[in-house]
Write a protein that binds this ligand. Structure first.
Ligand SMILES: Cc1ncc(C[n+]2csc(CCOP(=O)(O)OP(=O)(O)O)c2C)c(N)n1
Length: 630
């Protein structure tokens, strides 16, 4: 790592020749594999942008020039170059370096990202501000072909293309989203990449067309039309040109010399530019090259074998995928929709078995939901599997297109609750708050795998209307003793009885609730323990009866407290004139950072010990001040 040791800022790159830059690329790849194999993180995407990141920082002048990474999962090399290589051992760990660009981490991170397809909009805003303030600097958005499938990217291209503002969009085309990229644009790009005809003629088109000799008036008009059509057909990147961009490319994104040349050239061009570069996801690490989708996001792994160190046990996503296949075998109206996450959501098995009933729509959550509404309107039973934090994108589509028409759409909300290492942009702790007030919406949260399967069955075979099932990242319990009762709309399950306290938990927080209840029992505090099952509607009868008996209530949820599960219970019981001593356990209304799930539950005092302590304090304080508890 001789060269890499000497790189502490972008300035250091500018001193290197091309041979040294090539050697540095190799060292950076080695560094990435060494580090990510220990910490986990986004590997394949970063291996693909090594030369691009070096060239960007060599040609441009960050932080004066603004470099905006779309999604930001591929910003590791940028972080290495901008003085953070010594922090890589803390990548994605509590109090360590984030896996995404963070403006508070470095002046070189000019915009926070995590969700896809935002970079062109953000860059255009920065470019327009620069123009208003009469400043002089470049603004560059780097967007993958996957992120380009997101609607926001099209909206931004449409706007930027007609602006005279200087802005550079670098399209990093590796033909992959997390899985193989999908859609018409992706097909078009791969044609541009692979048909050598396009590559050759780009420079010569005008020359050739202009050589056609002059002729009579009407023939000339016909010829002009023909010229336009020929140019249209054979110009690579014509889509971007028609939108108003200058198109440069396609460029080999691993040829650092070429990259330098084209980036330097782009600085002299006025107006919006698209530079189309072609890269290989996973480049330089054999296993990632062969299987880029498996190495998109990885947990710690053995470098020699490529195998994950902690072999995955069963997860909620896997249970979901398997159960949906089995339900789809019984009902041919069941169809599945993903927004570019067939692997992560566990839908790949379904995709393989029911090709014509599976739709990967690209990174297009809004479209996924409204397309699902269309499917439901026409008699299908769509199951739309999207991660909680990405479902935020589709808020209005759920409300306007699904709920207002009371359509039977099943939202399978994966990664609900704390996700851990991906940090604040990915924590799925808002869905209960934004779904709870939607008209006609029913919300369920399973506490274990057995209950999850029953909920899926219920949502597809017994329910009518919009329904969401939210479940967490990773694994859970297979079942919970005493929780076997059949799923009925708005019915919770009472797991133990007591006179002192009512504990109501949402979803997998039941695990903690059971432990809390056991510890309190040993301290002489006996609780009614209710697994809510439904977040909307609540089991009013069960909850009201219990609260009237105990007068002391705690609620547990892996959602923000504001507008969430517990606050909904308070709204509901207040309608009955009940105002018990209450403590809501959930996440505060602040950014919940990265770290392991366990660490974060501790940090936010949602682990068993913290909850027990807090409940006992609460009881003692109320006793001391004479509060009426029992
Ligand atoms: C709104 C949203 N949906 C889904 C994701 C999950 N996601 C992260 S990266 C990615 C694929 C991005 O592909 P591309 O832009 O081509 O980058 P590459 O990893 O191929 O370099 C997806 C789907 C996300 N970050 N944001």
């Amino acid at each position: 790592m001789d060269l890499l040791c000497s790189i502490n800022s972008p300035e250091d790159l500018k001193k290197l020749g091309y041979n040294e830059l090539e050697q540095l690329s190799n060292e950076v790849r080695q560094f990435l594999v060494d580090n990510v194999s220990k910490t986990g993180g986004h590997l394949a995407s970063n291996l693909g942008v090594v030369e691009l990141s070096l060239a960007l920082h060599r040609v441009f002048d960050s932080p004066r020039d603004k470099i905006v990474w779309d999604v930001g999962h591929q910003s590791y090399v940028h972080k290495i170059i901008t003085g953070r290589k010594d922090h890589f051992c803390s990548l994605r760990q509590l109090d360590g370096m984030s896996g995404f660009p963070k403006t508070n981490e470095s002046c070189h991170d000019c915009f926070n990202t995590g969700h896809s397809s935002t970079s062109i909009s953000a860059a255009l805003g920065m470019a327009r501000a620069r123009d208003i303030k009469n400043e002089v600097h470049s603004v560059i958005s780097i967007i993958g072909d996957g992120a380009l499938t997101g609607g926001m990217a099209f909206e931004a291209l449409n706007d930027a293309g007609r602006a005279s503002t200087d802005i550079t969009v670098i399209l990093n085309d590796n033909e992959m989203s997390i899985s193989k990229n999908v859609g018409g644009l992706s097909k078009y790009l791969s044609k541009v990449r692979t048909e050598p005809f396009y590559f050759k003629v780009k420079e010569d088109i005008d020359l050739i067309l202009n050589k056609i000799p002059a002729i009579g008036k009407s023939a000339a008009r016909a010829l002009d039309l023909a010229k336009g059509t020929i140019k249209y057909i054979i110009t690579p990147g014509i889509i971007f040109e028609e939108l108003g961009f200058k198109y440069l490319g396609p460029i080999d994104g691993h040829n650092i010399h070429e990259l330098n040349k084209v980036l330097a050239r782009s600085q002299k061009i006025k107006g919006p530019i698209v530079i189309h570069i072609c890269t290989m996801k996973g480049k330089g690490y054999t296993f990632a090259e062969a299987n880029p989708h498996s190495y998109h996001g990885v947990s710690p792994f053995e470098i020699e074998t490529g195998e994950a160190i902690n072999n995955k046990s069963l997860t909620f996503s896997k249970v979901f995928g398997d159960e949906l296949v089995s339900l789809a075998q019984k009902d041919e109206n069941i169809v599945a929709v993903t927004a570019a996450m067939p692997d992560g959501t566990g839908l790949n098995k379904f995709a393989g078995m029911f090709k014509n009933r599976f739709f990967d729509v690209g990174i297009a959550e809004q479209h996924a939901v409204t397309m699902g509404a269309g499917l439901a309107k026409s008699g299908m039973k769509p199951v739309i599997a999207i991660y909680s934090s990405f479902m935020q994108r589709a808020y209005d589509q759920i409300w306007h297109d699904v709920c207002l028409q009371n359509l039977h759409v099943v939202l399978a909300i994966d990664r609900a609750g704390i996700v851990g290492e991906d940090g604040e942009t990915h924590q799925g702790i808002y869905d209960l708050s934004f779904l709870r007030h939607m008209p006609n919406m029913t919300i369920m949260a399973p506490s274990d795998y057995a209950e999850f399967k029953e909920m899926l069955k219920y949502s597809l075979f017994e329910h009518k209307g919009p329904i969401a099932v939210r479940y967490p990242k990773g694994n859970g319990r297979s079942n919970t003793p005493g929780n076997e009762e059949k799923i009925k709309l708005g019915r919770g399950s009472l797991l133990s009885r007591g006179k002192d306290l009512t504990i109501i938990s949402a979803g997998t927080m039941l695990d903690t609730a059971v432990k809390v209840s056991d510890v309190l029992y040993r301290s002489g505090i006996k609780a009614d323990l209710i697994n809510s099952r439904f977040i909307k509607p609540y089991d009013e009868k069960l909850i009201v009866k219990s609260v009237m008996k105990t007068g002391l209530l705690i609620t547990l949820e892996d959602n923000v407290k504001k507008g969430g599960f517990g606050s909904g219970i308070l709204e509901m019981i207040s309608e009955y004139g009940l105002f018990p001593q209450t403590k809501i356990f959930g996440f505060p209304d602040e950014l919940v950072t990265h770290g392991s799930k366990e660490e974060l539950f501790k940090k936010y005092r949602l682990d068993t010990n913290s909850i027990v302590k807090s409940v006992i304090n609460h009881i003692n304080n109320n006793r001391r001040i004479g509060g009426q508890i029992v």
